[in-house]
Design a protein. Sequence first.
Length: 432
Amino acid sequence: MWRNWGGTYSVTPQRVVAPRDALEVSALIVEARERGTTVKPVGSGHSFSAVAVAPGVQVDMSAMRGLVAVDAAAGQVALRAGTTLHQIPELLALHGLAMPNLGDVDAQTISGATATGTHGTGLGFGGLSTQIVGLKLVTGTGELLTVGPEQSRLLAATALGLGALGVVTEITLQCVPAFSLRAQERPERVDEVIESFLHNVESHDHYEFFWFPHTGHALTKSNTRVPVETPRSGPGSLRRYIDDELISNQLFRGTCALGARFPAVVPKLNSLAGNVLSPRTYTDSSTKVFVSSRAVRFREMEYAVPLDRVPAALGEIRRLIEKQRYRISFPIEVRAAAADDLMLSTAAGRTSGYIAVHRYHGDAQDSYFDEVEQIMVAHGGRPHWGKMHTRDRAYLRSVYPRFDEFLAVRRELDPDGVFENPYLASVLGRGD
Ligand SMILES: Cc1cc2nc3c(=O)[nH]c(=O)nc-3n(C[C@H](O)[C@H](O)[C@H](O)COP(=O)(O)OP(=O)(O)OC[C@H]3O[C@@H](n4cnc5c(N)ncnc54)[C@H](O)[C@@H]3O)c2cc1C
């Protein structure tokens, strides 16, 4: 049985296959189509939504990893689609290159991360899919298709395709020269942080903050891009192990478990956590600063809203938590990204702010996510495709100007719905 990281969905596929190349992928799609079975590629199972649930043939991408080619002059790198984000920095470093931006963790595959619109923070940067300049995929009829920048319509669909358009076998990324980041983390008052958010995202390369519900504490993180040869500085590896592993993971796991058993103590625990935060500044390679370890299991919902809506939406979420007396042990994470022109990107056509809410996996189910979702919807929010949400095709069509164009590409590339699963049927419709 397959289960996703967050434990929100599981399935026992009819068959699991781990193809080694595009021809094997094509053969299994042709066979499945003949038998009337569905096919679903999966990456690392890090989506909280049911996007990767594969009731028919599950295509495990783990035998398709590694570097295919490097164009050093153009700074472009072709990778096999199952390569994990964790493997990529080492492959790129050999060529003095790096990915321009990353999210919080690196366990995902490059195909899974880009299929759902995974993003980091920084108004000068789009999500990971915007780094794609070309890809290869096998369509629902078993055809091998190469998509490059000259096929702009196909690229705008397949670079963020939800796994609905084909099995991607290779991805070419536009990289940048390797760089380091100077990170500044600071505890601050949340009122001021929210008030200055729009200014701070404008004035830093990569800015985000975490608000500890029930408290006035927020932790801000501002990362500044500096040359790769800038000497590493800041806390040594022992101090970082204590901060990032022992406090951020092990101790946090304990307080979350306590909060799940005794919800009344959550505000006190959050306040204690907020009070022990201390400022720190350090410089390291871009990946080491972007990526953190997330060992405590949680469920997550994240919405993108027009950037200027972030302060109002956050104010409403704060009032909701107070009014309904929800007890939330996980910080709320707030980020931003540049507008792009990918058909199903949460930042399509608009500069976006991202608000992510979490629950510890052991917390009792309640209506917190549903009520936060209503707030985000009122602000024209677009749900992250890989995180919890309840939006259907009618709603999604109303917030994505290029939604019908995506459906048209889907009809061309997957005419018989070979890649459909219940999630895709709900968000895109059945074979339409
Ligand atoms: C701890 C944690 C931290 C996270 N941090 C962030 C973050 O900072 N920013 C953010 O935006 N998101 C974040 N996410 C969400 C995560 O990045 C996405 O859900 C991502 O899709 C997971 O990638 P995966 O490899 O696990 O893909 P899966 O979840 O396995 O699959 C996701 C989708 O990709 C499709 N897919 C996979 N391989 C292929 C292929 N070869 N061809 C076509 N389609 C394919 C699948 O069919 C499915 O539709 C986080 C998730 C977790 C659990």
